[in-house]
Design a protein around this ligand. Structure first.
Ligand code: PLP
Length: 406
């Protein structure tokens, strides 16, 4: 392919694409679900396995700093989100971290009863909140309202406002600063799930005065399948919070082997058990690619790519209906279109090398990752999408069989 879109000539992030291993002939519009493998990560993982684990064995916990990987990795992620050093840590999964921060937040507001969330939240967050509510003998009420009704639902009985900043289906973006301020004015705390924000758009946790945040390492941060998640606690709460999962890695002195639990001071108290060294090493190395990147440049390009995508799809695929906000300022780094046979169309697209994904009942989802996508990729992807729709080549039985993961 020799065509080049004019916007790619000026692109300050253009050279970054070479740092990723993108298979020949693939246009990857799913970095919001699983990021691409950075080129340097396999060699680094091989080194960790053969030299650190293989040669240094258990001494590597000290000699190769394995024990500090959650904190070091957390600080690297925190830097992308306006989190001061020592307030963000990489550990566990996002689901587990939601459990920990929600429990911690509720303990800071013992007189209140309501956990407030919205229907745009990712289901696992709501499932965890519901499970925690049951575990706490149903002393709490989980109230779930429509995204546009959140602000008005922040009343004086709310203990914790728990939201995902970017809606996983539509890309709709909540105003984190405004809603956090509203929560605080009502005496509530705010938890933000930044799974679709970290590495995708500028986030200012300290500036927004967020109380807690969590998010995934394997989406825009490119940490690899099942990479550890992150967890942030505001400095104001750090030494007051308690984790409901009081494991030895959160202990003040794990190797004193005391029989009583005493939480270590700082963010380390939110960790539980032995860190996943291999996956943390992959995530840590993948974060090299964000070291000298300005998140404002990422945001500018993300908007440029998604605006181009919407314009092209609306011009060439009139049967698809935009499911995302039209104003880019109220949208994350993804765009979704509705189509009744969206599942089959997505399978047909994937068969032609354009990878996006599908969310029930009819949402075709496309993620834009400025570090490894060009404007020309967008033009080429939409040309294939238009051809699939024009020729109805999606209308085949093999594209309609649902796989386990969509
Ligand atoms: C992807 C995603 C998760 C996934 O959580 P895991 O525990 O990693 O499976 C949670 N919350 C949001 C908002 C997500 O987008």
């Amino acid at each position: 392919m020799t065509a080049q879109h004019p916007s790619d000539v000026q692109d300050v992030l253009k050279s970054r694409k070479d740092a990723f291993l993108i298979p020949e002939g693939i246009i990857y519009l799913d970095g919001n679900s699983l990021g691409v493998l950075p080129r340097h990560v396999p060699a680094r993982l091989n080194e960790v396995v053969t030299q650190e684990w293989g040669a240094s064995l258990i001494t590597a916990w000290n000699t190769h700093g394995w024990i500090d990987l959650p904190a070091r990795t957390g600080d690297r992620i925190g830097k992308l989100m306006g989190a001061p050093a020592g307030t963000c840590i990489a550990c566990d999964s996002t689901s587990v971290n939601v459990f920990k921060v929600l429990s911690a937040a509720l303990s800071l507001r013992p007189d209140r009863k309501v956990i407030l969330s919205d229907t745009g939240n990712f289901p696992t967050d709501l499932y965890v909140a519901s499970g925690l509510k049951d575990l706490l003998a149903r002393r709490y009420e989980l109230k779930v309202v429509a995204p546009e009704e959140v602000r008005a639902a922040i009343t004086a009985d709310v203990a914790v406002l728990m939201l995902t900043q970017v809606d996983y289906r539509t890309g709709r973006l909540h105003d984190m600063e405004d809603l956090t301020r509203t929560a605080h004015a009502a005496g509530a705390l705010a938890i933000w799930d930044l799974a679709h924000s970290a590495g995708a758009l500028p986030v200012d946790l300290a500036g927004a005065k967020a109380d807690f945040a969590v998010g995934c390492g394997y989406k825009y941060l490119n940490g690899g399948p099942g990479a550890p998640a992150f967890l942030y606690v505001s400095p104001e709460h750090l030494d007051k919070v308690t984790s409901p999962l009081t494991g030895w890695m959160g202990h003040e002195a794990p190797f004193a082997f005391d029989l009583d639990y005493r939480p270590v001071s700082g963010i380390g108290r939110m960790t539980v058990g032995t860190p996943a060294v291999l996956s943390l090493s992959g995530l840590y190395a993948a974060l090299d690619l964000f070291e000298d990147v300005d998140m404002a440049d990422i945001r500018r390009k993300s908007i440029s790519l998604s605006e181009l995508f919407i314009a092209e799809v609306e011009a060439r695929c009139p049967r698809l209906e935009l499911a995302s906000p039209r104003n880019p300022q109220t949208r994350g780094s993804q765009v979704s279109f509705r189509f009744k046979e969206g599942y089959a169309v997505m399978q047909a697209l994937i068969a032609r090398g354009v990878i996006g994904d599908f969310r029930a009942p009819d949402v075709m989802r496309f993620g834009f990752t400025p570090l490894y996508l060009s404007h020309q990729d967008i033009i080429d992807a939409v040309a294939i999408l238009a051809d699939i729709l024009d020729t109805q080549s999606w209308d085949r039985p093999e594209f309609k069989t649902r796989a386990k993961v969509t």
